[in-house]
Every structure is written in structure tokens, then in C-alpha cells.
Ligand binder design. Structure first.
Ligand code: FES
Length: 162
């Protein structure tokens, strides 16, 4: 995803807490990953303004900060929803119909996997093997494993999220 496609969120970002973190790491060259981790703790995700500010303060190209942020799955450049739905598409889950569940949930929510609904109700993610293959296909709803999912049940569970 090119930098210009990073979601523009119409919110001003208070960079003061980030500046404190950057002060802590001022003498550490190459500390982009821990700074991004702290930034994500502060903002819940990594807004474009934050990435630019980190690049400026750490004196590294924005493309480098952006590259690190997109390389690691732990980082998100999208605002998170109040609920997170993770669908496993690892091998065991895939052969038991995970793709159909993902498709149904994308339709139900009107977003693609990896996105958050515009009202920030739900973030939908695809993950690979949650270590519960015996229960395939598996999802994690707000940290709770749900096994032996079928598309209808998945859609209903998501619909019930406030
Ligand atoms: S492949 Fe889905 S839990 Fe292992």
C-alpha cells in the first residue's frame, strides 16, 4: 500500500505524548520499532501524521518508517474498531471453509479484511493458524476463540456486536 493510500483520518493527533517517547529514544539510533510500538500504544494505531513525525524527529526517511510499519503485522495504520474479529485462514481452517466465512463477513460489514467499518464498530482481520486447528474453522472475537464456525453463525455473531 503506497503511503498516499494510508487512511486519512479527520482527527487532529496530539503529538505531545509521542514527543516524550521520542525524547526517551533520542540517543538510540535505529530504535524505530520500539518507538512505533509505543506510538501504537498511545494512539491505538499509527496515523500518517505520527509516521511523518517519527521520521522527522528520528532523522530517517518517511519511507523507512513506513516500510517498518507495514512489514510487521503488529502495526496497524488503520484506526481499530471497538470490536476485533479475526478469522483464521490457515490450512486447516481454509479447507473447512474459512474463505466463505471471510466473504460473508466482508459482505455483512461492507468492508474488506484488514479494514475497519466507517463507524469504527468492527475491525476484520485474517490471521493464519491460531493453534486451534481441531476446532476449524476458527475465529477470535474480541479475544474469545469461537470454533466450528459456519458463515451464517459468523454473520450473526458479528451482527450482534454493539
Ligand atoms: S489453521 Fe486455523 S487454527 Fe490452525
Amino acid at each position: 500500500m503506497p503511503l498516499q493510500e494510508v487512511v486519512e483520518v479527520n482527527e487532529s493527533v496530539d503529538l505531545a505524548p509521542l514527543d516524550k517517547v521520542l525524547d526517551e529514544y533520542a540517543s538510540e539510533r535505529g530504535a524505530v520499532i520500539p518507538v512505533l510500538q509505543r506510538a501504537q500504544e498511545i494512539y491505538g494505531y499509527l496515523p500518517k501524521e505520527v509516521l511523518k513525525h517519527i521520521a522527522k524527529r528520528m532523522n530517517v526517511p518517511v519511507s523507512q518508517v513506513y516500510g517498518v510499519a507495514t512489514f510487521y503485522a503488529q502495526f496497524s495504520m488503520m484506526p481499530k474498531g471497538r470490536h476485533t474479529v479475526e478469522i483464521c485462514d490457515g490450512t486447516a481452517c481454509h479447507v473447512r471453509g474459512a474463505a466463505q466465512i471471510i466473504k460473508v463477513l466482508e459482505q455483512e460489514l461492507g468492508i474488506k479484511a484488514g479494514e475497519t467499518t466507517p463507524d469504527r464498530r468492527v475491525t476484520l482481520r485474517v490471521v493464519f493458524c491460531l493453534g486451534s486447528c481441531a476446532l476449524a474453522p476458527v475465529a477470535v472475537l474480541d479475544g474469545q476463540i469461537v470454533g466450528r464456525l459456519v458463515p451464517d453463525k459468523a454473520a450473526r455473531l458479528v451482527r450482534e456486536l454493539e
